[in-house]
Design a protein around this ligand. Structure first.
Ligand SMILES: C[S@@+](CC[C@H](N)C(=O)[O-])C[C@H]1O[C@@H](n2cnc3c(N)ncnc32)[C@H](O)[C@@H]1O
Length: 221
């Protein structure tokens, strides 16, 4: 999806993706000078909100395994050139970040393609790279519990988003996967459980009646 991801995301979510990214960052107290890890960072969509908080004394390390997304994120990093942003083209589940090196771990819209086993692996990685007292906020679109909303939302993801893909971007096939992945992923509860099992103290927060969910918390001191 990397060729059309930015536009498709904004159009098909009616701008909600922008709002939810801000929400993800607002869930935790990020301070000036913090070392922030952005997992599955895409084109650097989260960085404007993060740099506002960490200011020029902080640093962002971004991990994404897609070479195209990394190239696009380099353009975003150039626009934010007074900030320290490093882009690592790596697997978030098995990355080279040192133990206990991050004050904060954030991530948006990267969880839904993970299997249960991969959710466990990611939770363990988040625990490993966070400093004691470090904070996390990872957000993903999710299946709402309220049945009427669930039916409408899942119909939209399954059938209307691929239409947007076809009409506006000439690329329906990849967007068809969005509904499939979201349905399989559910609502972040398994990822939340995996974080607790890994030793993190987390809660889940729902947005827009459960159309997105964040796992938010801390590695205790
Ligand atoms: C839907 S995009 C989200 C991008 C961005 N965070 C955002 O807010 O739009 C998911 C991204 O996760 C990346 N990704 C998925 N699994 C990954 C993994 N195991 N390691 C690194 N990157 C991964 C993909 O390459 C893609 O860029």
């Amino acid at each position: 999806m990397s060729a059309t991801y930015g536009r498709a995301n904004i159009v098909s979510s009616f701008g909600f993706c922008v709002r939810w990214r801000k929400k993800c960052v607002q869930q935790i107290d990020i301070k000036a000078g913090d070392a922030v890890i952005d997992l599955m960072s895409g084109m650097g969509e989260l960085w404007p909100s993060i740099t506002e908080k960490v200011r020029s004394s902080g640093e962002i390390k971004a991990i994404d395994f897609s070479p195209v997304m990394c190239d696009k994120s380099r353009v975003a990093a150039e626009r934010l050139d007074k900030f320290d942003i490093q882009i690592l083209q790596e697997d978030a589940l098995k990355n080279s970040l040192p133990d206990e090196s991050a004050d904060v771990v954030v991530s948006t819209f990267g969880l839904k393609t993970l299997t249960k086993e991969q959710c466990k692996q990611l939770a363990q990685e988040v625990f490993r790279i966070l400093k004691p007292g470090g904070k996390l906020s990872l957000l993903e679109i999710s299946v709402p519990r309220f049945r009427p909303l669930r039916l409408v939302y899942m119909f939209y993801l399954r059938y209307i988003v691929p239409l947007f893909g076809q009409m506006l971007l000439g690329n329906p096939e990849n967007y068809r996967m969005l509904g499939k992945y979201t349905e399989k992923f559910g609502d972040c509860s398994y990822f939340g459980e995996s974080c607790s099992n890994a030793g993190l103290k987390v809660i889940t927060r729902k947005f827009f009646f459960g159309c997105a969910t964040a796992v938010v918390g801390q590695k205790l001191q």
